[in-house]
Design a protein around this ligand. Structure first.
Ligand code: PLP
Length: 434
């Protein structure tokens, strides 16, 4: 049987309507930005395989670090035991994160990093004797993963209505999404802040935390907001004594042009969630990093006060070794210095599309570029998305529009010529829609 036969018979793919989706494409190997299919085709991976492979595929430094670690210590229980890769990684992350985020809790993926953050926030208040603070606020459109707590926080993205009975109530703040040439951004920001002021006046004393994707909402369609807005929002929460959780699962590790979006926005949250780029896409792992004040609230003489959370593979040494090696690549290749070039190449590419009658709301932040395709049906299920995806696959590009939103989020090893080729192909794809 072929891979496709076996896959058709036995595999259940994520976020896929199997009855109507084309067969999954078998990939044999990958290197840098390129995927090599079993049938000889090549694809440029312009979305870093769901936003994870920040240095490209099969980076030798990271592959070697994992192989070495596998021969030394592949796994050990993380309750009552520790190991060098985990302790070293915690130290290295704290050096790079905004000052004050000092306690690293390991888990497995972006969703569980968010679950941990929500539990930390809830229990922080309970341990403080403010058990009435049980409410959470999130942004309309925000996506935080697909486990139950993360779906609750992300219910504003509209994917999860089917699971409504599993979810807990989360308030939804309006999101002031902006793009190049947006003339209404200030009015949208003022409206969002006014909404928050009213909410705080009514419910501030029962609010535990606000969770948000800083500077850019990913799955909502690469919707960007301005640093000044986040600063104003954070100041209000600080004044009201409410915790701020940043979900940097997508934005972490250079995506916005800075190592973390929180550094770019100059806002330090109380808790931050990181995954995806953490291991440069080699292994599933995540961390939730909290301030010392949060950590201190969990200390005491009863188990009841401690964080009741932990997974079989918590702080898996292979994942930690991969993450340490990825940080080493940032140093060796001076990766952060490359990112402004990627932003400039995006701007050049988008400039070639800007006059197209189907292109609107062009936006760029660091290594992330996006625009909306003018369409009768917008949103994640817009048929334009499937149509464009099929065209891109047929032309050797791994691009996966979010409905009518086309975005590029390439590995940092992408070249100017590769991005220019991608934009030229996108232009042809758009012409097929006219
Ligand atoms: N948070 C954000 C902002 C994300 O973009 C994602 C995934 O796309 C998640 C959380 C969930 O991460 P994972 O898919 O690794 O569970």
């Amino acid at each position: 049987m072929t891979i496709t036969d076996l896959d058709r018979c036995h595999v259940w793919h994520p976020f896929t309507q199997a009855q109507t989706a084309p067969d999954a494409i078998p990939i044999r190997s990958a290197k840098g930005i390129r995927l090599y299919a079993e049938d000889g085709r090549e694809f440029l991976d312009l979305i870093s395989s769901w936003w994870v492979n920040i240095h490209g595929h099969a980076h030798p430094t990271i592959a070697a670090a994992i192989a070495h670690q596998a021969h030394t210590l592949e796994q050990v229980i993380f309750a009552g035991f520790t190991h060098q890769p985990a302790a070293q990684l915690a130290h290295e992350l704290v050096q790079r994160l905004p000052a004050g985020l000092t306690r690293v809790f390991f888990s497995d993926d972006g969703s569980t990093a968010v679950e941990v953050a929500l539990k930390m926030a809830l229990q922080y208040w309970r341990n403080h004797g403010e058990g009435q603070r049980t409410r959470f606020l999130a942004f309309e459109g925000g996506y935080h993963g697909d486990t139950v707590g993360a779906m609750s926080a992300g219910k504003g993205c509209g994917f999860f209505d089917t699971y409504g009975s599993l979810l807990f109530e989360v308030g939804l703040l309006p999101y002031p999404a902006t793009w190049d040439g947006d003339t209404e951004v200030e009015a949208k920001e003022q409206a969002a802040l006014a909404w928050l002021d009213t909410y705080l006046a009514d419910h501030g004393d029962t609010l535990a935390a606000v969770i948000l994707e800083p500077l850019i909402q990913g799955s909502a369609g690469m919707r960007m907001c301005r640093p000044a807005f986040l600063q104003a929002l954070a100041a209000r929460l600080r004044a009201a004594g409410i915790l701020l959780i940043f979900d940097e699962v997508m934005t972490g590790f250079g995506r916005t042009g800075a190592m973390f979006a929180s550094l770019k926005a100059q806002v330090t949250p109380d808790i931050i969630c990181l995954s995806k780029g953490l291991t440069a896409g080699f292994l599933p792992m995540s961390v939730t990093v909290a301030s010392e004040t949060i950590y201190a609230a969990f200390l005491g003489d009863s188990f009841d006060k401690s964080l009741v959370h932990g997974h079989s593979f918590t702080a898996n040494p292979l994942g930690c070794a991969a993450a340490l090696a990825s940080l080493q690549v940032f140093e060796d290749e001076q990766t952060l210095a490359k990112l402004p070039h990627i932003e400039a190449w995006h701007r050049q590419g988008l400039a070639t599309l800007a006059a197209h009658p189907l292109v609107q709301r062009v936006r760029v932040m660091g290594t992330i570029a996006a625009f909306d395709v003018v369409a009768a049906d917008t949103g994640y299920t817009s048929p334009i998305g499937a149509q464009l995806k099929a065209f891109f696959h047929a032309h050797g590009l791994l691009l996966r529009p979010l409905g009518n939103v086309v975005y590029l989020l390439p590995p940092y090893c992408v070249s100017e010529a590769e991005l220019a080729h991608a934009y030229a192909t996108i232009a042809i794809a758009l012409n097929t829609l006219c």
